[in-house]
Design a protein around this ligand. Structure first.
Ligand code: ADP
Length: 474
């Protein structure tokens, strides 16, 4: 029997382009799904993608898309990696930019045109290739289900995954005409959102199924607190909304074989060599002191304000703190001030895949005080790399990090230190627990070893996606 075919659409995919967890998911999930489906992944061919390194070749297929009085020529490129066909969409407006979505201070002003072009190109691809399932992700590919309706392309089942409801693709009403979408879709039931247009809303309406990246987040987004204005709309569609926990690519995130580490490891003694090396590279001192690490985007979502508040206290404690992140300039300045004030705090403001792996491998604890967290991968990576996660129990963190006080050796769950209120007091209390746990070496080691052996792979979650695909096909 020939495999059914799936087109997975994303605006970033590791190792070609990555700003966050979406890229990790768009790399690892299709790989797992390819055991059951023939899978193509489509993404933009950003100027930063090295065509030679990845063997990316131009296809003969191309198309012209006329938007806002301009004709855009769309070229397609492709390569194959690990059994997956990667199809790249190239057009200068979309691809020839320094950043993917915008500068660190704001999104590009023509993002509606840029990503509408990507969506039209995907629809053109679907028209010529006939996939059984099209799986779109986040606002950048959210117009596809609506465009299939507008262009009257029948028989394609669509799934839309919300990776972060905080980014919905909201543009002014004037953008509607510029991106060639009929006025008939500008209704409260579809694209219209407080007088503007909302890409994500269109996908929630037109996709056959909507998923998000953890069961807890699927519940939370139905509430005023986490729904970002779409709670009522999502509640209306809750029958087709499902929460499936993300996984990790466990071939890539494996401490034993990680090529980014000088000391790939299996044991805690070997892990310690990474910590030693990392401390040497910085001005941090004291291998015996607990090392708290943070890796992530410097945004309000990640609880950076809470982190900055507790660093004032940690600066006087017998520990070290290492931070890696990029983004918001205000946070960067605040953190820089702290590094000047306290010798035990080290911050790097860049995006560096290798360094991030070194931090997971060196850390004793991983700090994750997120205010909201659709899923989060960094807590799983850190557990796999033997750092205990200290998390605000929200969204996917609730579903992946369980309170160490209820530790059970026989459970498949990962354990960490959890706090339920996003306040400085609660976070500091969790950090005090971390110090206490670290002091009871035996208990600490037991939990770390347990977490390192937990299954954070995609295997189970990919099966849930396949079940959903079968449901809509059937
Ligand atoms: P989000 O998608 O909200 O940014 P996730 O926890 O889902 O957060 O995924 C973040 C991914 O991006 C992880 O693979 C993490 O290691 C990586 N990452 C985040 N910030 C950096 C950085 N400054 N340097 C390197 N990798 C980073």
């Amino acid at each position: 029997m020939t495999k059914q075919s799936l087109l997975f659409c994303a605006s970033e995919v590791y190792p070609f382009a990555k700003t966050g967890g979406l890229a990790d998911v768009a790399y690892a999930l299709p790989k797992e799904l390819s055991k059951s489906y023939g899978v193509d992944v489509v993404l933009p061919l950003y100027q930063s993608i090295d065509r030679n390194k990845f063997g990316i070749k131009k296809l003969s297929q191309s198309c012209k898309i006329k938007l806002d009085g301009k004709t855009h020529i769309i070229e397609l490129y492709a390569t194959v990696m690990e059994g997956i066909g990667y199809i790249f969409v190239y057009t200068p407006v979309l691809c020839d930019r320094e950043f993917l979505y915008g500068t660190p201070s704001s999104g590009y002003e023509d993002n509606h045109i840029r990503f509408a072009l990507l969506n039209y190109a995907i629809v053109d691809l679907i028209r010529s290739s006939k996939y059984d399932i099209v799986h779109c992700n986040d606002w950048q590919t959210a117009l596809v289900p609506l465009l299939l309706d507008q262009e009257k392309i029948d028989g394609i089942k669509t799934v839309f995954t919300i990776h972060n409801l905080a980014f919905q693709g909201i543009f002014s009403y004037q953008a509607l005409q510029k991106i060639g979408i009929s006025e008939k879709y500008f209704t409260m039931e579809c694209l219209e959102f407080y007088g503007q247009i909302n890409f994500m809303k269109a996908a929630i309406c037109y996709a056959d199924l909507v998923t998000t990246v953890s069961p807890s987040y699927a519940q939370e987004i139905l509430t005023h607190e986490f729904g970002c204005g779409l709670e009522g709309y999502l509640t209306h569609y809750k029958e087709k909304l499902h929460g499936i926990l993300n996984g990790l690519d466990i071939d890539f995130f494996t401490p034993k074989t990680d090529l980014f580490l000088s000391y790939p490891f299996e044991t805690l003694t070997q892990k310690n060599l990474n910590k030693k090396e990392f401390l040497k590279k910085t001005s941090l001192k004291g291998i015996k002191k607990p090392l708290f690490v943070f890796v992530g985007r410097m945004t309000n979502q990640k609880g950076i304000e809470l982190l900055i508040e507790v660093l004032e206290d940690l600066g006087n404690e017998n520990c070290n703190v290492a931070i890696l992140g990029d983004g918001n300039e205000y946070y960067t300045k605040e953190l820089l001030n702290l590094t000047q004030k306290y010798k035990n705090i080290d911050c790097r403001f860049t995006y560096d895949e290798k360094l991030s792996h070194q931090l997971y491998a060196s850390g004793d604890f991983f700090l994750m005080p997120s205010l909201f967290e659709p899923c989060g991968l960094t807590q799983m990576i850190s557990m796999r790399y033997g750092a205990i996660a200290v998390v605000h129990s929200v969204g996917g963190l609730k579903d992946s990090v369980f309170d160490y006080k209820k530790f059970d050796t026989n459970s498949p769950k990962g354990y960490g230190i959890v706090f339920t209120q996003p306040t400085k007091e609660a976070f500091l209390d969790a950090i005090t627990q971390a110090f206490d746990l670290y002091a009871t070496k035996k208990e600490y080691n037991k939990i770390v070893k347990h977490n390192m052996n937990c299954d954070f792979s995609w295997e189970e979650s990919a099966k849930l996606y396949i079940n959903l695909y079968n449901q809509i096909k059937g």
